[in-house]
Design a protein around this ligand. Structure first.
Ligand SMILES: *Cc1c(COP(=O)(O)O)cnc(C)c1O
Length: 236
């Protein structure tokens, strides 16, 4: 079933990219494996999943210790607590969720003492929903200028979470907004800064996100079915 879901999602990404004249190879599918067992994730990997996303450091650690990092990429997509930053260097290839400057500085400091540099995306709250994390769009250009000076992090682009809406077309304005913000920041011409990545789109609206320029779509339910915590809700 997972293999079949994967094929369908890949096909839809392919078609969405073609509709707007994009190269489908420019869209990476991040399989969101949070709450899924090692067995389920293994099935996903055997079906061809390559980019895996987790939102809790401890849960990710348990899986990565078993499944390894060889030929896989693990991405962190959740709220990152400062006291967990020390673990990320041995676990993740990309952090999608840097949503404030203090966190960015903590990552930079720890990276320096670790002798490395962490690729990150800046999480932006484009919808302005108070429940959502992320930088204010108007703060992003000045923030990125500051962050470009920290050698312990490398900003590769942006991430956003659109408000859930049963009509995926309603996500379009938010994703377009993130793309425009990216283009604005690219024009700042900061040395060595390549803001190529746009992480946007989830199971309910990833095709719209691809049409608006997503390079990473984050899909859980569409690949694995409802998460265990959601299945409980459904039966009640
Ligand atoms: C859980 C999660 C997803 C995946 O959600 P689905 O609707 O199951 O595809 C994507 N992005 C983030 C940040 C998440 O926490």
């Amino acid at each position: 079933m997972i293999a079949e879901n994967l094929k369908q999602v890949q096909q839809r990404i392919f078609k969405a990219a073609k509709r707007v004249g994009r190269d489908p190879a420019g869209v990476k599918l991040l399989a969101v494996t949070k709450e899924q067992s090692v067995l389920t994730v293994t099935e996903g990997i055997e079906s061809g999943m390559h980019f895996l996303g987790e939102n809790k450091v401890q849960e990710a650690r348990d899986k990565i210790e078993t499944l390894g990092r060889n030929s896989l990429e693990w991405h962190f997509i959740g709220r990152l607590q400062k006291n967990k930053v020390k673990f990320i260097f041995d676990l993740f290839d990309l952090i999608h969720s840097v949503d404030n400057l203090v966190l960015a500085e903590v990552i930079h400091e720890k990276a320096k003492s670790h002798g490395s540099c962490m690729p990150v995306l800046l999480q932006v709250n484009v919808s302005g929903e108070t429940s959502k994390l992320g930088m204010k769009p108007t703060d992003v250009p000045k923030n990125i200028e500051m962050l470009s000076q920290l050698e312990g992090i490398k900003v590769k682009g942006f991430m956003t979470i659109a408000p859930y809406d049963s009509n995926p077309q309603n996500s379009r304005e938010h994703y377009a907004c993130l793309r425009v913000l990216r283009d604005t920041c690219s024009k700042l011409g900061l040395p060595g800064m390549d803001l190529g990545e746009l992480s946007m789109g989830m199971s309910n609206d990833y095709e719209v996100a691809v049409e608006e320029g997503a390079t990473l779509v984050r899909i859980g339910t569409g690949l694995f079915g409802p998460r265990p915590s959601k299945q409980k809700d459904a039966s009640g």
